[in-house]
Design a protein around this ligand. Structure first.
Ligand SMILES: NC(=O)c1ccc[n+]([C@@H]2O[C@H](COP(=O)([O-])OP(=O)(O)OC[C@H]3O[C@@H](n4cnc5c(N)ncnc54)[C@H](OP(=O)(O)O)[C@@H]3O)[C@@H](O)[C@H]2O)c1
Length: 246
């Protein structure tokens, strides 16, 4: 069963777009799917035009002053029910991958999108998620009830690093740390917080040699989202619901 409402960043292409598609056709589809974009793609526009439960929101995740207006917009739609699930999916893999060509600017861009934005946007949206949890009679933690998913990557694993790709790896490791710390600070709220690696996926970021399509990745992700519970609070999981070494 899907959450009643879900908010996903970066939905004009790639994994975000496919998550929207699969939530639309999921069993007991969400009443509200908030999907953000910077430049509206034809595919996302079509999903918005054809599905009354899809709300399209223009958002650059690095524009922190825009967050209160976006939270208000969501609040006006979900009301007392609150928001069940936030998926911080928008991500950036900037610049060349080599040690020698890593620059401060690429490092800054990656931190802005991959760590600073998901942390502060979660903070901004959190009262709506907490409201959903408080209003639920369901026992225990679940993403259906109230949760935050930070879309991370296996490349953030310090244990498994093979070197290179500094801005992306460092910013996603920092995202994992902020996720884990939030899971500690906010554990009494009952909101389930975790990070998930979606697989090596054939998107603009993953490239044509990725191991799976967006369809395969998102099918596994939605299955994992439905399975996770209290024991996964603060976890760093593979798309097939297995822990990844930090
Ligand atoms: N593909 C993989 O193999 C893979 C593996 C591990 C993890 N991931 C993670 O999965 C997530 C989705 O990746 P993907 O493969 O779907 O990548 P993608 O095809 O490159 O799509 C990235 C999405 O993020 C959005 N985005 C980037 N910067 C943004 C900003 N400042 N404000 C708002 N949106 C922004 C993009 O919007 P624009 O179109 O406007 O740029 C786009 O919608 C990312 O967090 C990525 O790190 C992907």
């Amino acid at each position: 069963m899907s959450p009643s409402s879900v908010f996903i960043t970066g939905c004009n292409r790639g994994i975000g777009l496919e998550l929207v598609r699969q939530f639309i056709v999921s069993e007991s589809a969400p009443r509200h799917i908030f999907a953000t974009y910077r430049t509206l793609s034809d595919e996302l526009k079509k999903l918005g035009d054809e599905n009354k439960n899809v709300h399209l929101i223009k958002m650059d995740v690095t524009d922190i002053p825009s967050y209160p207006a976006i939270v208000k917009q969501v609040d006006e739609v979900v009301g007392e029910a609150g928001l069940n699930l936030l998926i911080n999916n928008a991500g950036l893999l900037p610049g060349p991958r080599e040690y020698a060509s890593t620059t401060p600017e690429f490092m800054r861009q990656a931190f802005e999108v991959n760590c600073i934005a998901p942390f502060f946007f979660t903070k901004a949206m959190f009262p709506l998620i907490e409201r959903a949890v408080k209003g639920s009679s369901e026992k225990g933690m679940s993403l259906r009830k109230g949760g935050v998913v930070q879309i991370s990557t296996v490349l953030a694993s310090v244990t498994e690093t093979t070197g290179g790709i500094y801005p992306y790896r460092c910013s996603k490791s920092a995202l994992n740390m902020s996720m884990k710390s939030m899971s500690q600070d906010l554990k009494d709220t009952g909101v389930l917080i975790l990070a998930v690696h979606p697989g090596w996926v054939r998107t603009d970021m993953g490239g044509p040699n990725g191991q799976m399509s967006t369809e395969e990745s998102c099918k596994s992700l939605l299955k994992t989202f439905a399975e996770v519970s209290d024991k996964d609070h603060g976890a760093f999981l593979h798309y097939e619901n297995k822990p990844i070494p930090w």
